[in-house]
Design a binder for this molecule. Structure first.
Ligand SMILES: NC(=O)c1ccc[n+]([C@@H]2O[C@H](COP(=O)([O-])OP(=O)(O)OC[C@H]3O[C@@H](n4cnc5c(N)ncnc54)[C@H](O)[C@@H]3O)[C@@H](O)[C@H]2O)c1
Length: 340
């Protein structure tokens, strides 16, 4: 383990050593491992460390990153993306915990950046007795959207969710006990809803693919001065035309009077919570790969097949190949699946 890797999450090196881990430099970790676990995708200075024979298991989001996709392909590395591990029931078990965290944070960020000193409209999201609460519009009612709604409701906001799956809307209506307005997502409905919103939360996902640009520049121009657009889908390219990725050290910028909060790694703000939530979900898959090797692990669990994005210089995840105009090769063609 890289020395100091757990410090930000309040896990000291000694705790790892006590259970048998060997601490090493980051270079040694990259060069000596068979299976390398990270949280975020490799950044450019790390591209030189990608190599054949290494299985990298981390968040990749490469449909939105052509340079990294090409670096992975050229290196011959095996890259398994947390966010595309998908069960037969279409669940994304390794995206879910971070989406829970990001959704909850999005509502908090929306409330915070509505404050005047933060460049906002100067509105208290819950209102007070005799003064109406603010309006939160959430586009996409999946895990991020649901968790954003729970916190926004808890803060006392008036919440609307736009979804395109009727089944999902029925489910949300039930679990949120009818406390949110649920609307079918269409260009017209989005335009109307964002124009009236104090906070817009972008929470759509088409698994593995770039986020659709549902909020156009024209719609942003029609939003209220000082309102907040929190584009959580930014790690998939963002669902607003005006979105570009930001960081925790400089989280917001303004377009046409609308504060844009587009932090690509929102859970990084709360590492103690996020580390535990993430590793609770990844550990069973890590153990599968470590115990059996990738070929047998994917044969045992189809969810892992969908996680493999790049293998032996081929793109094995269709939406990634499509996003960058590269050839798609089904995993079975490159990795003969071992019998279990
Ligand atoms: N910025 C961050 O730190 C961070 C952290 C976690 C997740 N995310 C991102 O948040 C996004 C949402 O993730 P999730 O886990 O909630 O995904 P999810 O699959 O649970 O939910 C996505 C929802 O979007 C809906 N949807 C798709 N197209 C739509 C449309 N045109 N209009 C309305 N709804 C539509 C789907 O029906 C689905 O319910 C993803 O892009 C994910 O990568 C970002």
């Amino acid at each position: 383990m890289e020395a100091g890797a757990g410090v930000g999450s309040a896990f000291q090196d000694g705790a790892y050593e006590a259970v048998g881990a060997r601490l090493a430099s980051v270079d040694d970790v990259w060069s000596e491992s068979d299976l390398l676990l990270k949280v975020k995708e490799p950044i450019e200075p790390e591209y030189g460390r990608l190599r054949e024979g290494l299985v990298l298991f981390t968040y990749l989001h490469i449909a939105a990153d052509e340079r990294l996709t090409r670096a992975l392909v050229d290196s011959g590395i095996t890259a398994v993306a947390y966010e595309t591990v998908e069960t037969d029931g279409r669940q994304l078990p390794l995206l879910a915990p971070m989406s829970e965290v990001a959704g909850r944070l999005a509502a908090q960020a929306g409330a915070y950046f509505l404050e005047k000193p933060q460049g906002g409209r100067g509105l208290l999201l819950p209102g007070v007795a005799g003064v109406a609460p603010g309006k939160v519009v959430i586009i996409g009612g999946g895990i991020v959207g649901y968790n954003a709604a729970v916190i926004a409701l808890g803060l006392g906001a008036q919440v609307t969710i736009l979804e395109r799956s009727i089944d999902r809307m029925r489910h949300l209506e039930e679990i949120l006990s009818g406390r949110v307005t649920l609307l079918m997502s269409s260009a017209l409905q989005i335009e109307e809803s964002v124009a009236g919103a104090d906070v817009v939360i972008g929470a759509v996902l088409i698994p593995g693919a770039l986020a659709p640009k549902l909020v156009t520049r024209h719609m942003v121009r029609g939003m209220k001065e000082g309102s907040v657009l929190c584009d959580v889908a930014i790690d998939q390219g963002g669902c607003a035309e005006t979105s570009h990725p930001t960081t925790h050290s400089d989280p917001v910028y303004t377009v046409d009077g609308v504060t844009h909060y587009c932090v690509a790694n929102m859970p990084g703000a709360v590492p103690i919570t996020s580390t535990k939530a993430l590793t609770n979900a990844t550990l069973p898959y890590v153990e599968e790969i470590a115990d059996h090797g990738l070929a047998e692990a994917v044969a045992r669990d189809r969810a892992l097949v969908r996680g493999v994005n790049v293998l032996h210089g081929k793109v094995t995840y269709e939406a990634v190949a499509e996003a960058h105009g590269l050839d798609f090769t089904p995993l079975e063609d490159v990795l003969p699946l071992s019998p279990v």
